[in-house]
Design a protein around this ligand. Structure first.
Ligand code: AMP
Ligand code: MG
Length: 345
């Protein structure tokens, strides 16, 4: 199969809509990461997403809509959901809803809930409107690779596997959506993202909890509330180690660890804040953005993780940010990239 990479315009959007309506897959931009979409009501089409990604069948997908009127045939609506939908849709927030039979088992991996969101990216919205279908879409990467934040990333992973990628430029948020469960009483963040705990609490006027496995590895036998959290999703091929502590000591240790590895013949680098790049110039620094600019760090993270693999990095030492605001989502992804390997100084 040849994969066409097309700038999003009326012609390519019409082609995308035709492909989706006839059971094919389309790579498309959203404000979070690029998605790999199929008609959510067509079990065969949904199965082909799992094949193209090499994704385990027990990892459910997110259904994308452009209008709240699309919800009623798909799911019931829990009490607090309208508040969050009205506050944050369209935007990077996924909610779990009790599913109705129209949703095939393949979408939810057999779970009783279906994850749904309304993306704000104009290309995603236009595509959803043009096909007028709910579109099931996980991130458009091969399973186990960092999520794609540019159309080029999608091409790297999906060339020859899907007929079309719509190019809408780099994704603004750069991390996957926040996943919130409202179906079991108190709201719980299963996966942190661009809509923060603080934003959710303000909108709901009550406390929102965070699933325990967000900032630590799953314990043996522990069930992941968000199935994707089971997998080593965000890990580059090299070994990532996080270094945490007082600024000057962190920079000194990053330099020491990296230079030692280089001296011993390993390909090694650091992930550091913009203000530390000049001190780490002999450590192949990858600039994460300024330490206080969490949104920029989120925006750059997956592109940096992909480059580490292209550069064949064997050991990677990274700075950390506090798990506050978007920092929680960044530290969840960095934590998983490092299997939570952390040195404190
Ligand atoms: P992706 O778009 O590739 O990040 O994958 C979607 C993720 O959403 C999955 O890996 C799950 O972690 C989460 N998800 C989707 N549906 C559900 C559900 N019904 N219950 C809990 N988590 C879900
Ligand atoms: Mg994914």
């Amino acid at each position: 199969m040849t994969t066409r990479l097309m700038t999003a315009d009326p012609e390519s959007l019409a082609l995308a809509a035709d492909l989706l309506k006839s059971g094919n897959l389309v790579g498309f931009p959203t404000e979070t990461v690029y998605g790999l979409g199929a008609n959510a009501l067509d079990a065969e089409a949904v199965l082909s997403i799992f094949a193209a990604k090499g994704r385990p069948a027990d990892n459910p997908l997110i259904v994308h809509i452009y209008d709240q009127a699309q919800l009623s045939p798909l799911c019931d609506i829990p009490d607090r959901a309208p508040v969050l939908m009205n506050a944050f849709w369209p935007g990077p927030l996924t909610l779990l809803f009790p599913r109705k039979p129209a949703i095939p088992d393949q979408v939810t991996a057999g779970l009783p809930t279906v994850a749904i969101r309304m993306p704000s990216h104009p290309v995603a919205a236009a595509m959803l409107k043009a096909c007028d279908l709910p579109v099931a879409a996980p991130s458009a990467n091969r399973s186990g690779r960092p999520s794609p934040t540019t159309a080029q990333h999608v091409l790297q992973d999906m060339n020859g596997r899907i007929p079309l990628i719509l190019d809408g430029g780099p994704c603004e948020v750069g991390l996957e959506s926040t996943v919130v469960d409202l179906c079991h009483g108190r709201p719980v963040i299963l996966r942190p993202g661009g809509i923060t705990k603080e934003m959710l609490e303000k909108a709901l006027g009550e406390e929102v909890s965070v699933a325990g496995s967000v900032l630590r590895p799953l314990e043996p036998g522990e069930k992941a509330l968000s199935p994707g959290m089971r997998y080593k999703h965000y890990a580059p091929a090299g070994t990532v180690t996080l270094v945490e502590g007082e600024e000057e000591k962190v920079v000194a240790l990053l330099k020491e660890l990296c230079l030692k590895d280089i001296a011993e013949g390993r390909k090694s680098c650091v992930l550091c804040f913009s203000e530390h790049v000049p001190f780490l110039s002999d450590c192949c620094p990858h600039d994460m953005g300024f330490s206080k600019d969490y949104s920029e760090i989120a925006h750059r993270l997956f592109d940096i993780l992909r480059r580490l693999d292209q550069e064949g990095m064997e050991t990677i030492y990274s700075e950390v940010i506090p798990p506050e605001g978007v920092g929680l989502a960044v530290m969840n992804r960095l934590g998983r990239a490092s299997a939570f390997r952390t040195i404190r100084v």
